[in-house]
Ligand binder design. Structure first.
Ligand code: ADP
Ligand code: ZN
Ligand code: MG
Length: 478
């Protein structure tokens, strides 16, 4: 019996991103995370009768910037629409969103797929909307509590085509999306605070089939690790269903991280008939050409561009450039180290190892000033410090500050390149190892490393190794 063609996974992502504003989308309430429940509310975001919404100008700027960073066409006219549904965390009975005429369409984002190299996801649309409140199930036994602080918080929703072929690809895209949005400074993209949330649409089909399979939508994914896990669980479930002769039912599923499984959302929540219509309280959003151009001009160099420039300008590998540009502040720091005079390759190695390791352990940012790191790299290059010693100096400067040279001197780490002193150490080593000297002289020249090790030990790591080796070779021949 011929083995059936294997399965292909198809994934499309809808990502909700909270815009970095102080106030909400349509009222003046604070959009800050973590306030006591139901304190950041007003008649507008509570949906009290007669209250009227007014669009937040900064939120619109940030939304346009996000759209441009993703290569979208920003439309000069878009329309706010009401998405109607009933749920306890939605006091108005509708969410203000955009439907038929979104802010932006037809963008793309290239990312590094673990399976296919550089791949490009299409951005079908990017629209502006407000968040809903939050149901809390863990506050009171057997009761659900509602916190309306999130009601009206500004979001953009970014929708891709069904472009991903594995959970790993979906994750890689999301990491890239987060990088771009962080660079553009439109959101803090903090998944733990709910400022980046993903709904994933998944289907499977036999490899080679052109038509898409029936999809399910997995909600409630709130970490990058879970994106991969939830999608893997769901595509496994669909394949098992289909191989057992069943069919996939179009439905909305919730991911439960505790059990690493998906379960259907209650049916009445899943029956979506949103009865969209233009919001009568909000005029169509009309954006002038100049406004859009201004937002474009405010965008910084984005990660993909920066990566290419680093490869070109500093002769780095693509992988190194990708590591250095993943975070904008790290990329800026790297360039500052190079501008302060450090060799580009050495600076890259230092930033990717010591600097990033230190940043991981300390929340207070990049602790060694760029100029100090450049000086430290110079000391290694000039033979004043061994690489090992320089690492100690780095840690010391990170913890207590100071100039690398002074710190190295205070720690007694400056390499000794004085021929007289080094010759003294060499002689002492040779005198105390007569057997080895004899073996060396009868042809066992690999013992040179042994002698060098002894000299370094005797000098407590301070002997300039190149000089020590030269003196050793001279004395051993004699
Ligand atoms: P809906 O009408 O259910 O919201 P859309 O066509 O608007 O569906 O698509 C929503 C998301 O689902 C998009 O990201 C899209 O790429 C993705 N998608 C659509 N069809 C499929 C499919 N068969 N398999 C996987 N993803 C899909
Ligand atoms: Zn309000
Ligand atoms: Mg849709």
């Amino acid at each position: 019996m011929a083995a059936p063609a294997s399965w292909e996974t198809v994934i499309g992502l809808e990502t909700h991103v909270q815009l970095r504003t102080a106030s909400k989308m349509f009222c003046g309430c604070s959009a800050a995370f973590g306030a006591p429940p139901n304190t950041n509310v007003c008649p507008v975001c509570l949906g009290l009768p007669g209250a009227l919404p007014m669009a937040n100008g900064l939120a619109l700027q940030l939304a346009v910037r996000a759209a441009l960073a993703l290569g979208c066409t920003v439309h000069s006219r878009s329309v706010f629409a009401r998405k109607n549904y009933f749920y306890p965390d939605l006091p108005k009975g509708y969410q203000i969103s955009q439907f038929e005429q979104p802010l932006a369409t037809e963008g793309s984002l290239s990312y590094l797929s673990p399976d296919r190299g550089i791949a490009t996801a299409t951005i079908q649309r990017l629209h502006v909307e407000e968040d809903a409140g939050k149901s809390l199930h863990d506050r009171f036994p057997k009761h659900t509590a509602i916190d309306l602080n999130r009601c009206g918080v500004p979001l953009v929703e970014i929708v891709t085509g069904p472009d991903f072929r594995s959970p790993q690809e979906a994750r890689a895209y999301l990491l890239t999306l987060k990088q771009v949005l962080e660079y553009a400074a439109v959101s803090d993209c903090d998944m733990e605070k709910g400022s980046l949330r993903v709904d994933a649409n998944v289907s499977v089909r036999r490899v080679g089939r052109p038509e898409l399979g029936t999809k399910t939508e997995v909600k409630n994914i709130n970490s990058f690790a879970y994106v991969e896990k939830a999608l893997t669980v769901e595509h496994d479930r669909q394949i098992a269903l289909l191989e057992g002769g069943g069919t996939v039912e179009q439905q909305t599923l919730l991911y439960d991280a505790k059990t690493n499984s998906v379960r259907p959302q209650r049916a009445k929540e899943a029956s979506h008939d949103y009865r969209y219509f233009p919001d009568p309280d909000l005029p169509p959003l009309v954006l002038r050409e100049e406004f859009i151009a201004e937002q474009q001009a405010l965008l910084p160099e984005l990660p993909a561009k920066k990566r290419e420039r680093f490869v070109e300008k500093y002769a780095l590998s693509v992988t190194d450039a990708a590591v250095l540009t993943a975070d904008r502040s790290v990329a800026d720091y790297y360039e500052a180290v190079v501008h302060a005079g450090a060799d580009a390759k050495a600076a890259a190695n230092w930033v990717m190892t010591e600097v990033l390791a230190d940043a991981k352990d300390h929340a207070d940012g990049l602790r060694v000033p760029a100029g100090a790191l450049a000086n430290l790299i110079g000391l290694v290059r000039g033979g004043t410090l061994s690489h090992q010693a320089a690492k100690r100096v780095f840690g010391e400067v990170a913890d207590h500050g100071g100039e690398p040279r002074n710190v190295a001197e205070a720690l007694g780490l400056i390499q000794v390149a004085d021929t007289g002193v080094v010759t003294g150490w060499v002689s002492e080593v040779l005198v105390s190892h007569p057997t080895e000297v004899a073996r060396y002289r009868s042809g066992e020249t690999k013992l040179l490393q042994f002698f060098l090790g002894q000299v370094m030990k005797l000098s407590r790591g301070k002997a300039d190794p190149k000089l020590a080796q030269r003196v050793l070779e001279e004395k051993l021949v004699a």
